[in-house]
Design a protein around this ligand. Sequence first.
Ligand SMILES: *[C@@H]1O[C@H](CO)[C@@H](O)[C@H](O)[C@H]1NC(C)=O
Ligand SMILES: *[C@@H]1O[C@H](CO)[C@@H](O)[C@H](O)[C@H]1NC(C)=O
Length: 815
Amino acid sequence: MDATWKGFFLLVILISLNFSISSCSTDIINSIRSVRDGETIVSSGGMFELGFFSPGNSKNRYVGIWYYGIPIKTIVWVANRESPLTNQAGVLKVMEPGLLVLVNDTAGEAVWSSKRSRSVQTPVAQLLDSGNLVLKDAEADDTEENYIWQTYDHPTDTYLPGMKFGWNFVTGAQVYLEAWKANDDPAPGEFTYDLELTGYPQVVLRRNTLEITRYGPWNGIFFSGFPDVRRNPAYSSDFVMDKNGVYYQEKLFDMSVVRRLTLNSSGVVQRLTWVNRTQTWEVYTNRPADNCDSYSHCGAYGICYIQNIPACSCLDRFVPKDSEGWIKTDWSNGCIRRTNLSCQGDGFIKYSKIKLPDAQNSWFNDAMTLKECAVECLKNCSCTAYTQLNISNGSGCIVWFGELVDIRSLSTDGQDIYIRMASSEIDSRVMKRRILIASLTSVMGMILLALILFLYIRKTNIDSTKDEQGGKYNESKDKELELPFFKVATILKATNCFSIENKLGEGGFGPVYKGMLEGGEEIAVKCLSRTSTQGIDEFKNEVIFIAKLQHRNLVRLLGCCIQKDENMLIYEYMPNKSLDIILFDETTSDLLDWPKRFHIINGIARGLLYLHQDSRLRIIHRDLKTSNILLDSDMNPKISDFGTARSFGGNETEAKTRRVVGTYGYMSPEYAVDGIFSAKSDVFSFGVLVLEIVSGKRNRGFSHSDHHLNLLGHAWTLYKEERSHEVAEAFLQNPQDLAQVIRLIHVGLLCVQKKPEDRPSMSSVVLMLGNEGTLPEAKQPGFFTEREPIVSQNSTTTHATNSTNQLTVTILDPR
Ligand SMILES: *[C@@H]1O[C@H](CO)[C@@H](O)[C@H](O)[C@H]1NC(C)=O
Ligand SMILES: *[C@@H]1O[C@H](CO)[C@@H](O)[C@H](O)[C@H]1NC(C)=O
């Protein structure tokens, strides 16, 4: 009996306690109770707290809502994000007939206020355990219809479960996220994340007005491209579309799950959950996730594969619209059909595991089957694709009109789409033939390559036997045959996808890019432009010659990269670029003092001697000029560009060609006029180089107030008058060098003598440069005036080089 009474009293006490708690509960603001800076209210279950705060290092005061039980202060909503208080005199009040107002008590003015909707008798604001601050009549039930205002309708940068993200057609209001300006400034920043209603609704992340990323359409489970944890007992995700509105909504079943979606100030949409064990926010999705998430990254009918380098491809049966641009990784023009649609008789091809294209231009129907959907699409000639709308129950139809953009490959969570195709693309026999042709072409490419390599190996063997018999210089055969193949992906990675910042210039047969291999080795990548037909021969020439040659003063070929129509040569990188750039520029030529110039001339002579005599192939370069001399970090010269080089076999000493390839100002008379080339024509070019390096002036385009001679004529005139030093007067500072300078001018003049037989061989030149012996008298140089051979314009091919003044030309002998 006693016990029963005790229990009864306890119950009475408990009930009265409960009453007193609710009448002075801590989760409300009303006409009696306001919140001053320093005070807070906490939701009844202790989930959220509302009060004043200062973000980051800011001293400004804002009213906000944050998680009550989470030690890392995480703001989920801000009231006065654009109008901070600069003092601690803020008071948040509820006013009749139904407004929430933030007042600056010292100034006596309102700083922020909720939007007015309708009037109520006794307004009260209550912070719910969902994080929603609602304004309603004190007597009204706690249901959504009774809320006259709620923060869930006016989120800042955070979506909380329960919010209806999207559109309310009754009020016309939109619920969307707007990022903070910065971590210490909650004012609206550049990024917004919202549900857009053009075509089928999709979610779009924008930077100001620019579309950054798009997800959708909703496929019954998630927005295409933005999958979430599925079949979760703790919460659900739904997409609702009816006459009252269109919105996305999550619902929590397990209130202990703490989950939010936040658009951070750098424009990243993050899904996070609070992990009690580690006391951290765990980010389990970041969007945009990668480059493939950027809107229309690969253009129309392009598909983005994040694991590929480069990432963009055309969809199967589509080809780049601007193939030049596409190669240079400019994908903005996208792809076009290989075969145009004819409208009548078109069919569809299924593409799987993709993020569905932008549905701005689409039409849908909830009830149609997939078959009906195909029929619907075929009815309209501008319909380009269709698929199932709802993959969770296998129903519905969505069709696209016009170009398909913003497609990416998704190995998991991708969807199927059926893209309209001309009937010939679908006909299996045609398809097979196409595949056969395609594979034949690539097989033929491989055969061609194998043939080149085979011929080259054979030639090497013949040459080396010859050399062995002749008892000459011989290197290990195996070592010379090594020409590593680089993967396209490696090159793309190294050159940052041939970015414009990496471009070094235009070489003999196409652009040259700088790159860095994974190990840190710097490389130069020469691309063969596809438009150059002559380039292909020169490319092969270069591969065949330079792969075999190894000398300190020749640029080293590290490997090549051949794939379908991409041909690239990979060289060691020369940080000081080409000689002409440094030599003929007034600002940089000072860097080249006499010892450096002498060193460069010596290096070129050694490299050339190796080409002419010491290498097995015995090569004539034919296009020696300052822009083909590259300089490494120690200013060691390296001869480059073997595109026009020729090899001499056996006892051959000179040859004749109808195709004269070279550069004005460097070509010997017998070569430019008669097409006869020999080692001595290279010696002529070398002589020009020597005079240019000593004088710092170009032979071609040289001008002097006293005469109309070119640099050769000028040097020769001064030489005859024993005033050679005047050639170099511009830079010569050190009198001790004078004798050497005069000697080098003399050597240069010997090399440019008119008759080839008068010119020394490179081995003599190297000796002359080295010792102090007396030199023979130099005779008149060839081409010592500005006159040039007559060139027929239409047979002139020019190769753009770094320096516009040094054009390699091809002259076809008119005979
Ligand atoms: C936004 O989120 C991304 C991804 O987690 C992060 O790299 C970035 O630093 C965040 N920005 C800010 C301002 O916190
Ligand atoms: C085909 O679809 C386009 C885009 O919706 C529409 O403008 C056009 O009227 C349609 N044509 C026919 C014949 O239905």
